[in-house]
Design a protein around this ligand. Structure first.
Ligand code: IMP
Length: 203
């Protein structure tokens, strides 16, 4: 399985523009970066690849809370093979828009993972610090193998060189919200990925 080179261009669909004007949950959205339709099409492709890769191996999908919830839910429903899910929570940015460089486990897995095939499901890889830390910790528990799927990856030359096997969309290095991603706990329920209006955090 190879990563997509699908670099996002900024082209809001009409339905998205209408939403920005009418929906209160979209207040503060500067522009739509990845539409709902594109997200769902990409997830269908990812799910088919994962189905083919794992067959009857019953992989354990490990979702990284809280941002991966929307992606994980749609991805697992698009998959047709038997699988299990579990979640980890790792500290993120709080209410800031830059990584603090500090990583903490807030919730560990419920399942034992030794000898199992893991699919780590990430919302976004930014600096790669969180993922690097998570993978080190998971590998120490000796799973059979680990595959990392991320919906988004920021184009960031100085990011950690961390394992990401499949990326949905490569995006510019901007702070994004929606489809699970938040700013100060808000915007996770947008069905698309958008750029936050800087006035929201500079005012
Ligand atoms: P990293 O450790 O810098 O790769 O950041 C990983 C985590 O930070 C992600 O799983 C997100 O929860 C959060 N994050 C990174 N960039 C963004 C963003 O643009 N919007 C919202 N959350 C983000």
């Amino acid at each position: 399985m190879t990563g997509s080179n699908d670099t996002v261009t900024i082209a809001p669909q009409v339905s998205g523009e209408e939403r920005l004007q009418t929906e209160s949950r979209a207040r503060g959205v500067a522009r739509i970066l990845v539409s709902e339709r594109r997200i769902q099409d990409e997830i269908a492709a990812m799910a088919a690849e994962l189905d083919a890769e794992y067959g009857d191996d019953q992989p354990l999908m490990v979702g990284v809370l809280t941002g991966a919830v929307a992606f994980m839910a749609d991805l697992m429903k698009a998959m047709t093979i038997p699988l299990q899910i579990d979640f980890m929570a790792i500290s993120s940015y709080g209410a800031a828009t830059k990584s603090s460089g500090v990583v903490r486990i807030l919730k560990d897995l419920n399942e034992e993972i030794e000898g199992r095939r893991l699919i780590v499901v990430e919302d976004i890889v930014d600096s790669g610090l969180t993922l690097q830390y998570l993978l080190e910790m998971l590998k120490a528990r000796q799973p059979k193998d680990i595959r990392v799927v991320a919906l988004l990856k920021k184009d960031k030359p100085d990011a950690f060189d961390v394992q990401v096997d499949r990326v949905g969309f490569h995006i510019p290095d901007e702070f994004v919200i929606g489809y699970g991603l938040d700013y100060a706990g808000q915007y996770r329920n947008l069905p698309y990925v958008a750029v936050l209006d800087p006035s929201v955090y500079t005012s």
